[in-house]
Design a binder for this molecule. Structure first.
Ligand code: C2O
Length: 549
């Protein structure tokens, strides 16, 4: 591999959408931010220079950071933030991974404007396990807030809804023609007839799972979360925040004399307080018979039919179709043996408040989200530093529970499972432990699946279902042959998922809901994976420029 250098200047930029101009934090003045391109085996050196008042960190979402945990990026987990006027070089090598990733700010709600695609191509001379595309196009979904997202976090924490609703979804930063005052801000995907396009979809939205479809075209899903899957055809799919999906789009053999909308809109199991409007881009055929100086104007415009907002049947069927290749060239490494079993409840809850509305949730808030009834409290120094230098005392405790404090019974009355305790607790795992984790949604509040994202690993989704997880019978049905391998999985509202992973990467690894509002409420925890015995199983010391708290 080669070494590639990038510079990320964090600076303010005026951006206008929906006829509303605001000054926002960006990378290099771009929204969305710049695309990073590298190959498997390359080393990336990305210098992040902070010119704004906010503290910042950047996370390389889905990159395993094998023995480079110092470059992972979540604030106060693997590093202290980069302060105003300071810089930090993220230094990591892409080992054994290729596919579609993204990068985003990992502090506060800054990822609403600070994000961009991260594309890892296969090694030179290695081809895709599907037909070579004519062209590759990233499509990154996000959200546009007329207000400053930073300023509305505290409101979101208190109220659990309204104020954190974004004003539009965006496709490559553009809301598209279905919003008021937005037709000029429409992404156009220009294609030629009879070709294959590889579309790399990324859901970088803060708070919404999305259905996506292109009118009058079906696509072939070939990869999710940078892992090849058994190809299958569909005209609509589901992508949760934190997930990526690669699809092949085969264009029509002849110029169709029409334009086609591609649209995305949320999936939720009930009416939430989120924005359920529709973002759209346009798939536009370039006529082979007309010169580009004669644009084909006023063609009919076809619209796709997206599933209903609450179409859980579609969502479930779609998810069930995903299987990894499990071929000779791309075998499945799903752990067949389990060293440690965990059962985590994930969900939202409320905390008691006094008459001054000072509540017992994180930072005195009413709403809280938790894992096993523990709402994560952000430490004031980075966990990884505290661990590495043997200074964990008073920073975190290794006492994260293996199962919930309050048992969960989906079929009974609402269980006493909304009670939330606070703490900065981690699970400590010896090097190379094979872990099975069942995550059960408690569904007390909230109508969305929880897209749980694990840093530092890919995991295998060996089972999922609705209702109570049944520890006796479900494991017999687990898929240990070709389960989907990924880094973000939707724990269905009112259901569960079972995952397995091999803890072969020393460091401190964050796991959290990728719905930003739930993360803010505390739906997060960390795994601490100890060093192994061999030199290549140890976390090296931190780089000299690692920011201090
Ligand atoms: Cu994409 Cu910890 O996040």
């Amino acid at each position: 591999g080669v070494t590639k250098h990038y510079t990320f200047d964090i600076k303010l930029q005026n951006v206008t959408r929906l006829c509303h101009t605001k000054s926002m934090v960006t990378v290099n003045g771009k929204f969305p931010g710049p695309r990073i391109m590298a190959r498997e085996g390359d080393r990336l050196l990305i210098k992040v220079i902070n010119h704004v008042q906010n503290n910042i960190t950047i996370h390389w979402h889905g990159i395993r950071q094998l023995q480079s945990g110092w470059a992972d990026g979540p604030a106060y987990i693997t590093q202290c933030p980069i302060q105003t006027g300071k810089s930090y070089v993220y230094n990591f090598t892409i080992v054994g991974q290729r596919g579609t990733f993204f990068w985003h700010a990992h502090i506060s709600w800054l990822r609403s404007t600070v994000y961009g695609p991260l594309i890892i191509l296969p090694k030179p001379n290695v081809s895709y396990p599907f037909s070579k595309p004519h062209k590759e196009v990233p499509i990154i979904f996000g959200e546009w807030f007329n207000a400053d997202p930073e300023a509305i976090i505290s409101q979101a924490l208190q109220t659990g809804g309204g104020p954190n609703v974004s004003d539009a979804y965006t496709l490559n930063g553009l809301p598209g023609p279905l919003y008021n005052c937005s037709a000029q801000d429409t992404f156009r995907l220009k294609v030629k007839p009879g070709k294959i396009y590889l579309i790399r979809l990324i859901n970088a939205a803060l708070n919404d799972e999305l259905f996506f479809s292109i009118a009058n075209h079906s696509v072939t899903v070939v990869e999710t979360d940078a892992i090849y899957v058994k190809p299958f055809e569909t005209d609509t799919f589901l992508i949760t925040p934190g997930q990526t999906t690669n699809v092949l789009l085969k264009t029509k053999p002849n110029f169709p004399a029409a334009d086609f909308l591609m649209t995305a809109r949320p999936y939720a199991t009930g009416q939430g307080t989120f924005d359920n409007s529709t973002v759209a881009g346009i798939l536009e055929y370039e006529s082979p018979s007309l010169h580009s100086t004669v644009p084909v104007k006023n063609l009919p415009l076809f619209k796709p039919n997206l599933p209903a907002l609450n179409d859980t049947t579609f969502a479930t069927n779609f998810t069930n179709r995903l299987k990894s290749l499990a071929s000779a060239q791309y075998p499945s490494n799903v752990p067949q043996q389990v060293d440690k079993h965990f059962f985590f409840t994930v969900g939202l809850g409320t905390n008691p408040c006094d008459q001054n509305q000072t509540c017992q949730g994180p930072n005195g808030t009413k709403f809280a989200a938790s894992v096993n009834n523990v709402s994560f409290v952000q430490p004031t120094t980075a966990l990884l530093q505290a661990h590495f230098f043997g200074q964990s005392n008073g920073v975190y405790s290794p006492s994260f529970p293996f199962s919930p404090a309050h048992w969960f019974n989906f079929t009974g009355n609402p269980p006493n499972n909304t009670m939330v305790g606070n703490g900065t607790k981690v699970v400590v795992l010896p090097f190379n432990t094979s872990v099975e984790l069942v995550m059960q949604d408690t569904s007390i509040l909230g109508v969305e699946s929880h897209p749980l994202h694990l840093h530092g690993f890919n995991f295998f989704v060996v089972g999922q279902g609705f209702g109570n997880y049944d520890p006796k019978n479900e494991p017999k049905k687990f898929n240990l042959v070709d389960p989907i391998e990924r880094n973000t999985v939707g724990v269905p509202s009112g259901g569960w998922v079972a995952i397995r992973f091999q803890a072969d990467n020393p460091g401190v690894w964050f796991m959290h809901c990728h719905l930003e509002v739930h993360t803010s409420w505390g739906l997060k925890m960390a795994w601490l994976v100890l060093d192994g015995k061999l030199p290549n199983q140890k976390l090296p010391p931190p780089p000299a420029d690692l920011p201090k708290c």
